[in-house]
Design a binder for this molecule. Structure first.
Ligand code: FAD
Length: 442
């Protein structure tokens, strides 16, 4: 039953929501946006729970559609995955189009590809909201750490060109990759000029400012502790006030904790870690990734990295499947970083943080309507930078009653639950993930 259990904190790891984690992003955004906590009983057409890309995308769409919308966020705006992620902009879905076509049919795969292109275009419109364009830089390298994987990557490039008319992706042999990336760890790969990287917290803040400017009411430091159906919609209870709204969107990502139990069974929260080095200086940083692209590799527990505008290496690597994060995240990430860049052995790390992302069983995002007037969108499976703002926008427009093919497409996708449901997904799936992660070591 919704709301029967009261929520005391956001997130599986129990991190404090009173401030951002100690990330490079939090240190480089300047003043956080002004979104005072809720201290009264309010009514609204719509209430969004969660101030990440999904919730902010929906709030922006609803406000632009002239609807009254109130958003509550447990921490500062962008506190969750949206303010901590690797900032890598991928075009597409976590599963390639060949396997999507095999499972869902060619027509659905084609619609998903068009949607991925639309999500990427939508991201460009959001970058334009920020004076720094959220520090966006173009280019994404896929790097293969096993020599035997390069042929499959090149076949994928050919398939994208020949079947899907996508010619922004090119194949890289070892020498071509080496000209871009100064690491002994890789054997070849591909380069996507439509990919890129950005400052994820600047993106969240830019979306929040635009939503406020369009009329949305945002409340940071406002944990939803219970959600109950009432005669005229839903009541969202928070420590110092309530919001009564006709429609509610659960946009709590991997930080949901039994708020809408029907959603929990569809996602597995996974902790993933990032560290930044101290500034390396322009020349040393340029020598690591010579074309300034983002890089992500082929590991099951992917390594992803890029150089920041102030010439640090920002490196993501390592996962844990459980409630606790490592005590010393910098020490946890460092060996992964040195496997890729042994030349950085003398370089200290100065920011390190973890975040929790939501994976779904089929690695596709989903929208569900578990009860009338209650929506949930989640499960980006590590590819939310382009997809979550877009899906948030699509759900927001659907909540406003606007016909919306993107929303209908995602709503019709299969949205399986993890075996064992909300309670037993952890032990069974975490064991399976650990097994898959071991294959990276072979
Ligand atoms: C370490 C890491 C690296 C990643 N790297 C990339 C990448 O490079 N590229 C990419 O495309 N994707 C990446 N992702 C995934 C991407 O960040 C997510 O898919 C995306 O941010 C999800 O957005 P969201 O709005 O659904 O969730 P979130 O951004 O997590 O937002 C959910 C919000 O809900 C709030 N909340 C939870 N419960 C409550 C409650 N009861 N009351 C009020 N508020 C509540 C939380 O505080 C949180 O801020 C990464 C994720 C992580 C964690």
């Amino acid at each position: 039953m919704l709301g029967s259990r009261s929520i005391e904190r956001a997130g599986p790891s129990g991190e404090p929501t009173s401030r951002f984690p100690g990330s490079y992003y939090a240190a480089t955004i300047g003043p956080a946006i002004d979104a005072p906590a809720l201290h009264n009983d309010a009514t609204s057409d719509h209430c969004i729970i969660g101030g990440g890309y999904t919730g902010l995308g929906a709030a922006l769409a609803l406000a632009r559609a002239g609807q009254r919308v109130t958003l509550v966020e447990a921490g500062p705006i962008g506190w969750g995955a949206s303010g901590r992620n690797g900032g890598q902009v991928h075009l597409g879905w976590e599963r390639d189009l060949t396997s999507l076509a095999a499972k869902l049919g060619h027509a659905t795969a084609a619609a998903l590809w068009q949607t991925a292109l639309a999500a990427r275009d939508h991201l460009d419109t959001l970058l334009a909201l920020d004076p720094d364009r959220c520090d966006f830089r173009p280019g994404l390298i896929h790097a293969d750490h096993k020599p035997g994987a390069v042929a499959a990557t090149h076949a994928h490039v050919a398939m994208m060109r020949d079947t899907w008319d996508y010619d922004s992706l090119i194949a890289l042999d070892r020498a071509q990759l080496g000209a871009m990336l100064n690491s002994p760890a890789y054997h070849g790969g591909s380069f996507d000029s439509r990919g890129g990287h950005l400052h994820p917290l600047k993106l969240a803040q830019a979306m929040a400012r635009a939503a406020q400017a369009a009329g949305a009411v945002l409340h940071a430091q406002t944990l939803c502790t219970a959600l109950r159906p009432v005669a005229d919609g839903w009541r969202v209870t928070t420590p110092h006030g309530t919001v009564t709204a006709g429609k509610v969107l659960d946009a709590t990502g991997a930080y949901a904790r039994a708020l809408v139990p029907q959603t929990d069974a569809h996602v597995l929260p996974i902790n993933n870690y990032i560290a930044t080095t101290v500034p390396l200086g322009a020349d040393r940083a340029q020598d690591l990734i010579r074309n300034q692209a983002a890089v992500s590799d082929a590991r099951f527990v992917v390594y992803y990295f890029r150089v920041t505008p102030d010439h640090r290496l920002l490196f993501g690597g390592g996962e844990t499947y459980g409630y606790r994060m490592p005590r010393d995240i910098g020490a946890f990430v460092r060996p992964h970083m040195l496997r890729v860049f042994p030349q950085l052995a003398d370089v200290p790390i100065d920011h390190a943080w973890g975040g929790t992302l939501a994976i779904s069983p089929n690695r596709l995002p989903f929208v569900i309507e578990p009860r009338p007037g209650l929506y949930a969108a989640n499960g980006y499976s590590g590819l939310g930078v382009a997809l979550a703002p877009w899906l948030g926008d699509a759900v927001g427009r659907a909540m406003a009653g606007e016909p919306n093919p993107g929303y209908e497409l995602v709503r019709r996708l299969p949205a399986p639950r993890f075996p064992g449901g909300a309670l037993l997904r952890w032990p069974t799936q975490a064991l399976a993930m650990r097994f898959m992660a071991l294959r990276d070591l072979i």
